[in-house]
Design a binder for this molecule. Structure first.
Ligand SMILES: [Zn+2]
Length: 303
């Protein structure tokens, strides 16, 4: 996490060389764990072209920052093949990229380190890869995917959905880890919340198996729709985001630095999720949407 959020990585700007370095770093970690590559050409990195030109809404965001042409984005993807039910897949995700650096001439701190957003989630996924690849092989397959270009419109995620390492129909659950580096005072200490908690039976079941996981206390923020999980959820895949973002003021600011991370909280949070994810990987439990809550068949605004 110190590496990802270091000034040297220049805020991992979406679709920049720095995002690419973050993807290569994650790929090296996956490779060192002996995981199967899930990227392009037998490697762990998946490259995708950005739309050209970028839609106006995205361009607006980039115009606040350095004016570098951005044409490609990079994901890091790895597969831990299940021992007895390899065609049932748990997908664990986060986003690698952040906002990069401020425009030339900006005074003060110009690097958007993105420690909480989302070096914390990236670190969680790398940690799960580390922990779950040890010990007995899980019965189900686990795919670890770290996406580029989330901040400018979820392009890495779209590339993954276009070229998934396993058929999308085999994914029975996706957990996206987004901003878990600091506790949220709206929920009990050491607790994470799950977006769309009441939409499916996945969150309650993980909580039953020890996850410190509760309902999202900020429903007005529409976080279920605002993260990479949503593109999958719209395809009908049970997909939620795990977070403990307490609406802190360092959100999308250069002050989102490693020094603000509560490692005790983050470690506890990751630890509380590890056994439940292992349970899910070994169980026959198939999560389901609750009636009327499947984003593929019901309007999200209806909930
Ligand atoms: Zn984020």
């Amino acid at each position: 996490m110190n590496f990802l959020a270091s000034d040297e990585l220049h805020g991992r700007g979406s679709a920049t060389r720095d995002e690419h370095i973050a993807a290569l770093f994650a790929a090296a970690q996956f490779q060192s764990l002996g995981l199967e590559p899930g990227g392009d050409n037998g490697g762990f990195v998946q490259k995708a072209a950005l739309p050209n030109p970028l839609p106006d809404r995205l361009r607006q965001r980039l115009s606040q920052f350095e004016d570098t042409p951005r044409t490609e984005t990079w994901n890091a993807v790895a597969v831990l093949r299940g021992s007895t039910r390899p065609d049932e897949v748990i997908l664990l995700t986060a986003h690698l990229d952040h906002l990069g650096v401020a425009a030339p001439g900006t005074s003060g701190d110009t690097i958007y380190n993105g420690a909480d957003d989302d070096a914390s989630g990236t670190t969680a996924v790398l940690t799960f890869a580390h922990l779950l690849s040890r010990g007995p092989r899980p019965k189900r397959t686990i795919v670890f995917a770290l996406f580029g270009s989330e901040e400018i419109g979820g392009y890495g995620n779209r590339a993954f959905l276009d070229h998934p390492p396993v058929p999308l129909s085999e994914i029975i659950a996706n957990l996206e880890f987004e901003m878990i580096g600091r506790p949220d005072s709206a929920v009990p200490a050491g607790t994470l919340w799950l977006t769309g908690f009441t939409r499916s039976n996945l969150g309650p079941e993980l909580a039953k198996h020890g996850a410190h996981l509760v309902n999202d206390p900020h429903p007005k923020e529409l976080f279920f729709q605002r993260s990479d999980n949503y593109a999958l959820a719209r395809q009908g895949i049970i997909a939620h985001t795990v977070s403990s973002f307490g609406l802190h003021h360092d959100y999308h600011q250069p002050s989102d630095e490693v020094g603000t991370i509560d490692f005790k909280h983050m470690t506890k949070a990751i630890a509380s999720m590890t056994a439940p994810i292992r349970w899910l990987s070994d169980s026959g439990f198939k999560p389901q949407w609750n009636p009327g809550s499947n984003p593929k068949t019901s309007s999200p605004e209806a909930k």
